[in-house]
Write a protein of this length. Structure first.
Length: 126
């Protein structure tokens, strides 16, 4: 059995999710039901998963699907596209940080294999 990191944060995320789902009415056009509760659900998802890239990608997907630049509601016309752009920025930043960390992590191994190849060439007389 593995140890679960941050169990209280994860449990609180489950509780927040349950409360949000209980109160969420997707047919209600109010700011609370169309924006605040979904953003709270995103926070709860982060608390449960501890995975900011996954939450940002889900936010990007959902905001893109529900955004409509020609809508009369400011939530669909402005808030969702802003959330999509913000989520995209988070995805790009986190992915580039992971990429740079992976490059740094494998840097020594790449140089070691290159030098080992040089040693093999020297032994063969190249």
């Amino acid at each position: 059995m593995t140890n679960l990191s941050h169990p209280w944060w994860r449990a609180s995320g489950v509780v927040v999710t349950a409360v949000c789902i209980f109160f969420l009415d997707t047919q209600n056009p109010s700011v609370k039901h169309q924006l605040l509760i979904p953003l709270t659900l995103a926070l709860a998802a982060y608390l449960m998963t501890q995975a900011p890239l996954a939450v940002a990608f889900a936010g990007l997907s959902l905001a893109t699907i529900h955004g409509d630049l020609s809508a009369t509601s400011w939530i669909q016309a402005q808030a969702y596209p802003f959330i999509a752009l913000l989520s995209l920025a988070v995805c790009i930043v986190l992915t580039s940080i992971r990429f740079k960390a992976r490059i740094a992590q494998t840097h020594a191994a790449r140089w070691q294999s290159r030098h080992a190849g040089d040693d093999d060439d020297a032994k063969r007389g190249h």
